[in-house]
Design a protein around this ligand. Structure first.
Ligand code: GCB
Length: 595
């Protein structure tokens, strides 16, 4: 009974907040279902003064009588690619923050025994959805998926779908008013029409037991509370064929012993085909199995302590100056991380698209995934807390079957306070409602040098709530060295594993010399900084992973320096043009030497 609640309650909560029609949770593994893509060129209207909703432009009316006229039309104007951000598609939209309407027509294959859902991989940041002239749902949060049932609203031909998208920054949003990346707006991920049977497999969780090496746990829920339905989970290569029967809530669970399991690891990212079927539904995907836990100051992957050779990147293709959205974008970002010798990716600072998550798993990267609780969040606002809770549930719901996922991150750079603590505890609780197997972490930036003790320390009692503590520390960039790097000893989070989740400094690719001058923006200074930090890492006894900031230069509107930055954060080890800076090679050597 307990496990059941963990799946069904969050599902219900999600829909209460995010759609106006039928209560409906997220469908697990949309990519494994029968879908019709609605990607492509959409018509668009830029609505700077937010007049479209008042004027009901989602009706897309055409003049009928001689006296009729409408001051808009979706046809014959701007066209935007979906998925993509709008900023990179037109110079006039580069800095645009406000509302853009998207619209397209499509035909649908209606079948008597099927249901249809409109699925959005992500819309940045908030949106209202209108189908055939009627508002059918809304969503807030720019990096997580949602779907709306349209079975009874859809026509066989010529459906008119309009999406009102707004990316205005607000104090109660997540992230809030200022953040160090571009505020891309638009329908930034896939849009699908998903077809399912009337009663379908809505959600499942199939993973190896947290500690046992030979026990696979499975929990499956149907879309409706149908009792005594047959469910089967098959993993042919492991000779598993498990029959289950649903209870009165449409839920079933089992634990299955397994022999000769090859566990997934970065060196050998083995995945097995899993087929989940019910009386009239079937979905399949590749699933991996591994154990990850913490003991003392160590992180254990498959019973062995592991050092996390991580790197972070934003969901951005620098050469295109736009959001990454496709499988080939994922390959580009991840290949550069592979070349660096990493075994983990920190998906900064928000859930990135499903292509990246799935490709990372196939390529053998552990993942740290977080929601954009990035500085400046209004921790006293109850509504913001609820939003964050829903956002983190959407993230965990989507990716909980990815064995690559090792860490759920609940925050980046927050200051201790009672409201903050309560907020973050609520997020941890929201994660654990769905998944208790991953490690919980958060990145802090409060580490300071204690002159009396001559060590780096951090006072934030909240770290006790976490499995692994992470620290962003910019020695040699935002902070001067209080002692030489070989004397920079840490006494932080003793008894727990510690990850340096960010360090680095800016360099303009191609600028050389002045290896000891911070303001030179040179690759040589960046290399000095890396060398110094790598030296300091030898004096952090519980260090179990590092994640330099960041793989690529990325766009940031408050990086004002006219010649060195030009709206780019230059902390990348690879330039905006894709060239490796000197620091990249140092990091590669460091990672290659860690066995
Ligand atoms: C940080 C943030 C990261 C920024 C980085 C910087 O601490 O977590 O999002 O981009 O510093 O470059 O200042």
């Amino acid at each position: 009974m307990k496990l059941k609640a963990t799946i069904i309650i969050p599902t219900l909560l999600l829909c209460l907040f995010f759609t106006d029609i039928k209560a409906q949770g997220l469908i697990t593994n949309v990519y494994g279902r029968k879908v019709t893509s609605l990607n492509g060129k959409w018509d668009a209207i830029v609505d700077l003064y937010d007049q479209g909703r008042k004027n009901k432009i989602f009706l897309n009316k055409k003049p009928e009588g001689k006296t009729d006229f409408y001051e808009y039309s979706f046809e014959g104007g701007l066209r935007l690619n979906v998925p993509s951000d709008w900023n990179s598609q037109m110079p006039e939209l580069k800095y645009y923050e406000g509302t853009v309407w998207y619209a397209r027509r499509f035909d649908a294959e209606k079948e008597a025994d099927k249901r249809l859902f409109l699925y959005f991989g992500a819309v940045s940041y908030r949106c209202h959805i209108y189908l055939n002239g009627k508002e059918i749902g809304k969503h807030e949060g720019g990096f997580t998926p949602f779907q709306i049932e349209v079975t009874d609203l859809i026509k066989n031909t010529d459906n008119f779908l309009a999406v009102e998208v707004n990316n205005t920054r607000t104090v109660d949003a997540i992230p809030a008013m200022a953040f160090d990346w571009w505020n891309y707006g638009g329908i930034t991920r896939d849009v699908f029409l998903v077809s399912t049977p009337k009663v379908f497999i809505e959600d499942y969780f199939i993973q190896l037991d947290k500690y046992k090496t030979d026990k696979i746990d499975m929990r499956i829920s149907l879309s409706e509370k149908v009792a005594n339905a047959n469910i089967q989970v098959e993993i042919p290569e492991l000779k598993i064929k498990q029959n289950l029967t649903t209870d009165s809530q449409g839920f079933a669970q089992a634990s299955v012993n397994v022999k000769k399991l090859e566990r997934w690891s970065p060196e050998s990212p083995k995945l097995y085909k899993a087929i989940i079927s019910s009386d009239n539904d079937k979905v399949e995907e590749m699933i991996g199995f591994r154990n990850i836990w913490v003991k003392g100051e160590d992180v254990y992957l498959n019973d062995k302590p592991i050092f996390l050779k991580s790197i972070a990147f934003h969901e951005e293709i620098p050469q295109r100056k736009g959001r990454a959205f496709s499988e080939s974008d994922a390959v580009m970002l991840l290949s550069e991380a592979k070349a660096l010798g990493c075994n983990m990716i920190r998906l900064a600072h928000y859930p990135q698209n499903e292509y990246t998550v799935r490709m990372a798993e196939k390529m053998g990267f552990l993942l740290w995934e977080e929601i954009p609780i990035w500085q400046g969040i209004d921790f006293e606002n109850e509504e913001t807390k609820q939003k964050a809770g829903n956002m983190i549930k959407e993230m965990v719901t989507r990716d909980k079957n990815r064995c690559a996922l090792a860490f759920w991150g609940v925050a980046n750079e927050t200051q201790p306070s009672a409201p903050r603590n309560e907020f973050l505890k609520y997020l941890i609780g929201s994660v654990k409602d769905i998944d208790t197997t991953r490690l919980i972490t958060a990145a802090f930036d409060l580490v300071r040098f204690n002159r009396d003790r001559q060590v780096f320390v951090m006072d934030d009692p909240f770290i006790k709530e976490l499995d692994v503590v992470a620290v962003n520390k910019y020695m040699g960039w935002y902070h001067q060295w209080p002692v030489t790097p070989d004397k920079a000893t840490w006494d932080v989070a003793k008894g727990q594993p510690l990850i340096i989740s960010e360090f680095g400094g800016e360099a303009l690719y191609g600028r050389t010399g002045d290896a000891d001058i911070v303001s030179s923006w040179s690759e040589d200074y960046q290399a000095t900084l890396f060398r110094d930090n790598l030296e300091m890492f030898k004096h952090i006894p519980n260090l179990r992973g590092t994640s330099p900031w960041i793989l690529f230069d990325f766009r940031s509107p408050f990086r004002f320096h006219p010649t060195n930055q030009e709206d780019w954060n230059r902390k990348g080890m690879v330039s905006d043009q894709g060239y490796r800076k000197k620091a990249w090679y140092l990091m590669k050597e460091y990672y290659d030497n860690i066995k």
